[in-house]
Design a protein around this ligand. Structure first.
Ligand code: FES
Ligand code: FES
Length: 160
């Protein structure tokens, strides 16, 4: 067992974990943060995407011990005081989801894109999300949602 200390969605946790435990399983099974979904054997679908020290990673391809001393943000840590972010609202309003299984990963990957490039074009959005698979939407509304969020996101950043 290895002792880890990790901050997840603003709360610090200390745990003894098996060195082979994946971050995705740590979040879901140990912390009960099942908003981060698992959609494949490993590293294909992107459903499990979270932010690790600000950069999006597939949490099924990261060991929990690698997150020791780091800060993890999951989709469940985005809303503040019960208020969705612009990106979450845009997915809702633009019908960027159907079954919703891919949505946590899509939102976390799109959030990373918008942090780096607040005004992406459609091609840049598609490129940024190429590691995230959706079996329902055909992607069109996901791209629309991210583009719609980019304007609002800028306004939020200016007032932040
Ligand atoms: S569950 Fe991590 S990429 Fe599919
Ligand atoms: S909305 Fe169902 S997998 Fe994307």
């Amino acid at each position: 067992m290895t002792h880890i200390k990790v901050k997840v969605d603003g709360t610090t946790y200390e745990d003894d974990v098996e060195p082979r435990l994946l971050l995705a399983h740590y979040l879901r099974d140990r912390l009960g943060l099942t908003g981060t979904t698992i959609g494949c054997d490993t590293s294909n679908c992107g459903a499990c995407t979270v932010a690790l020290d600000g950069a999006s990673v597939k949490s099924c391809s990261v060991l929990a011990v690698q997150a020791d001393g780091s800060e993890v943000t999951t989709v469940q840590g985005l809303a503040e005081n019960g208020e969705w972010t612009a990106l979450q609202r845009a997915f809702h309003e633009r019908h960027g989801l159907q079954c919703g299984y891919c949505t946590p990963g899509m939102i976390m990957a799109a959030r990373d894109l918008l942090n780096e490039n607040p005004h992406p074009g459609p091609h840049e959005v598609r490129q940024a999300l190429e590691g995230n698979l959706c079996r329902c939407t055909g992607y069109q509304n996901i791209v629309r949602a991210v583009l719609a969020a980019s304007g609002e996101q800028l306004a939020e950043e200016v007032t932040a």
